[in-house]
Design a protein around this ligand. Structure first.
Ligand code: NDP
Ligand code: HSE
Length: 434
């Protein structure tokens, strides 16, 4: 920090990087009023200098040599928006070694190597902020760390992947075909470069690992997140869910009961009266329940150039304020609670089951017998003719039951001769008190 100017090295000038430059340049006066210092993008790292860009930068700013940023004594803060694990991790660690503060939007890196990066930052007295890594423009990480610091969070449920929410919304509202909508989401720039990360839930799982760590103060790793995507959700599942009063969403669920934690990402039936059911399109939302505050919900754009860049630049403002106060590296709190994960017996919720059965006497009795043997009771039952009336489709919503019992029920159903197929099994949230 020289001459009342903070110099920033921006790594990446794609969707988010471009937004960062636009906000830093366009909001300069406001940023200066808030921090008392002017913020200058001094160097920008790209891969291809020949690429046509939608904004003009001063001569000599753009480089393909990362050392021009992390080894540059003029630069105070590195903003990393190149994405991926390497070389982003290497550049960030080198920058920290050189005493530079870090702002990143990289959920993959923070979910997998966050502990290592944060520990190096603490050692070097540097800030590392990563607000944009979860739910883009929604300031959810700051809300968890600061807003809920006086409370104990018991549950977080998030629609934290815009691509899959866009797909589920289009399938539910327009009866659109899964493959067609995925192509649309890719063309609109919502999806990851490999959309498997979106549709199989991996992107959401990384974000839930970050939310779990900050919300529950435990060292949550990606392997702790039980993850299932939306690629097997059918139009029929969505239609039946709707008939019973539910929407299907790819939901991240992090829950703490009596000190035991579960974190998952899975297609979930959300009752239409729950606020998450009406979060549509590419929007994200995070529902947070605290012991003292009760229910809260945060809603907004989870991706896109300017929404994501607002989160990045807000982190930058915090770094600059800390620099002025001389308190960099002092705000992060390492996880201080022991991580105790629930077993399948301790994970309890309502479930939706869709079965194809022979349309003959006694089948329903066999089904209810197996459910009763596993202590599972029913909230709703729907039966429809299937396959020209030769078979029936039975749709069940259970009351609260353990995941262990539900899986045992599914196994026994699969062994019954009269049950042709267990088509789907989903978790259910909302619609009834526990
Ligand atoms: P883009 O692919 O649009 O941009 C990546 C930028 O990084 C490009 O400018 C590219 O250079 C540069 N780059 C990539 N690899 C290298 C490398 N090895 N060396 C130097 N430069 C490199 O990505 P996004 O802007 O979409 O995403 C950036 C980060 O933000 C990711 O971590 C992403 O997960 C996260 N994020 C993105 C959101 C979004 O809405 N897009 C939302 C929330 C988080 P060049 O231009 O020359 O190709
Ligand atoms: N692919 C991600 C999504 C981008 O669809 O939400 C934002 O992290």
């Amino acid at each position: 920090m020289k001459n009342s100017k903070v110099k920033v090295g921006l790594m990446g000038l794609g969707t988010v990087g471009t937004g960062v430059v636009r906000i830093v340049q366009g909001h300069q006066e406001d940023l200066q009023k808030q921090t008392g210092l002017s913020i200058e993008i001094a160097k920008v790292l790209v891969q291809n200098v020949e690429k046509t860009r939608s904004l003009k930068l001063a001569e000599g700013i753009v480089t393909t040599d990362a050392a021009d940023l992390f080894d540059n004594p003029e630069i105070d803060v590195i903003v990393e928006v190149i994405g991926g694990i390497q070389p982003a991790k290497e550049y960030i660690l080198k920058a920290l070694d050189n005493g530079k503060h870090i702002v990143t939007a990289n959920k993959d890196l923070m979910a997998l190597h966050g502990a290592e990066i944060l520990s190096k930052a603490q050692e070097r007295g540097c800030d590392v902020f990563y607000e944009a890594s979860v739910a883009g423009g929604i300031p959810i990480l700051r809300a968890l760390v600061e807003g809920f610091s006086s409370d104990r969070i018991t549950k977080m449920m998030g629609i934290v992947n815009g691509t899959t929410n866009y797909i589920m919304t289009k399938m539910s509202q327009e009866g659109a075909d899964y493959t067609e909508v995925l192509k649309e989401a890719q063309a609109l720039g919502y999806a990851e470069s490999d959309p498997t990360a979106d549709v199989e839930g991996h992107d959401a799982a990384r974000k839930m690992a970050i939310l779990g760590t900050l919300g529950f103060h435990v060292d949550m790793s990606l392997e702790d997140v039980d993850c299932k995507g939306i690629s097997k959700v059918s139009a029929e599942d969505i239609a039946y869910a709707k008939k019973l009063g539910y929407e299907i969403k790819l939901l991240g669920i992090a829950q703490r009961d009596d000190g035991l934690i579960e974190v998952s990402v899975q297609p979930t039936l959300v009752h239409h009266t729950h606020p998450l059911a009406s979060v549509n399109g590419v929007f994200n939302a995070v529902y947070v329940h605290g012991e003292a505050v009760g229910e809260t919900m945060f809603y907004g754009p989870g991706a896109g150039e300017l929404p994501t860049a607002t989160a990045v630049v807000s982190d930058l403002v915090t770094v600059v304020k800390n620099m002025k106060l001389g308190v960099n590296g002092r705000s992060s709190v390492a996880p201080y609670r022991e991580k105790r994960l629930k077993s399948d017996e301790q994970i309890v919720s309502k479930y939706f089951l869709r079965l194809i059965v022979d349309d003959k006497r006694g089948v329903l009795a066999q089904i209810t017998r197996i459910l009763a043997e596993h202590d599972v009771s029913l909230e709703q039952v729907l039966q429809q003719p299937y396959n020209g009336g030769t078979q029936s489709e039975i749709i069940l919503i259970t009351h609260h039951a353990s995941r262990k019992n539900l899986f045992a029920v599914r196994e026994q159903f699969a062994e019954l001769e009269s049950i042709f197929e267990v088509k789907s099994l989903y978790r259910v949230e909302g619609g009834e008190e526990k």
